[in-house]
Design a protein around this ligand. Structure first.
Ligand SMILES: [Zn+2]
Ligand SMILES: [Zn+2]
Ligand SMILES: [Zn+2]
Ligand SMILES: [Zn+2]
Length: 237
């Protein structure tokens, strides 16, 4: 993809690419106005930048309570980007693996701990670590702790600060309409984008089709998109 994908800032609605958004978020004036709201209890928050390890077309910026656990991050990533059929997953932080059921540590020969640990005990501003969902058709993500701040306590564990806009793919059969399906049979040869009309007559058959969705797991295993988070991120200005 020649053009970098853009996404909107939750607070001011302006659109930037991944790397510009990273620079914008700490200085967004609308966001800072929210920070000035006075009073009450406080909490520490980590700001995470997340993208696939080898691809910058899909990305997320999150703010998450320091008292949340790696399990919470895992659940969030499954909900928005990954969950197809309950595969295993793990974090790899500083040479230590964190997974759901530690103990079976024969996979990569690294020490294993439980994901049930608080972020403040494992994360630090500036660190980058890996996350893997599904050890067969793996979706591999890279997570960077881009910031840490103390702010007013809020209910939500995770807040989405920004997310890449859905990417538009053109149907490869008619070349006129946007693709809504991907044929998993053709995908492995680097094609397979289909509009609704062309999908009806596509030679590989309906059972090979998966919906186009705003996720790095699109077209993998049986991934059908998220029913919790819509593909299009709407800023709450
Ligand atoms: Zn902004
Ligand atoms: Zn699956
Ligand atoms: Zn078409
Ligand atoms: Zn096909």
């Amino acid at each position: 993809m020649a053009k970098r994908t853009k996404g909107k800032c939750k607070y001011c609605g302006k659109e930037y690419t991944f790397s510009y958004m990273n620079k914008h978020l700490p200085v967004c004036e609308e966001r800072q106005k929210r920070w000035e709201e006075a009073g009450g209890k406080t909490c520490g928050y980590f700001e995470l930048a997340i993208c696939p390890k080898y691809n910058r077309d899909y990305w997320l910026f999150l703010e998450i309570k320091e008292t949340a656990t790696l399990k919470d991050v895992d659940q969030f990533l499954r909900d928005i980007w990954l969950e197809c059929c309950g595969h295993l997953s793990e974090f790899d932080i500083d040479g230590i693996r964190y997974d759901v059921a530690p103990g079976d540590d024969f996979f990569w020969g690294k020490p294993t701990k439980t994901m049930d640990c608080k972020l403040k005990s494992v994360l630090e501003k500036g660190m980058t670590f890996d996350y893997r969902y599904d050890f067969g058709s793996t979706t591999e993500l890279m997570i960077t702790v881009v910031n840490y701040r103390i702010g007013k306590l809020r209910k939500e564990k995770v807040v989405i600060l920004s997310r890449n806009n859905p990417i538009e793919f053109m149907c490869e059969e008619c070349g006129r309409k946007s693709a809504v399906y991907i044929c998993t049979e053709c995908y492995y040869e680097g094609s397979g984008w289909l509009c609704g009309d062309c999908a009806k007559t596509h030679e590989c058959g309906e059972e090979m089709l998966l919906p186009v969705c705003n996720s790095p797991r699109m077209g993998v295993c049986g991934y059908c998109g998220s029913d919790i988070y819509p593909d299009q991120f709407v800023p709450d200005k």
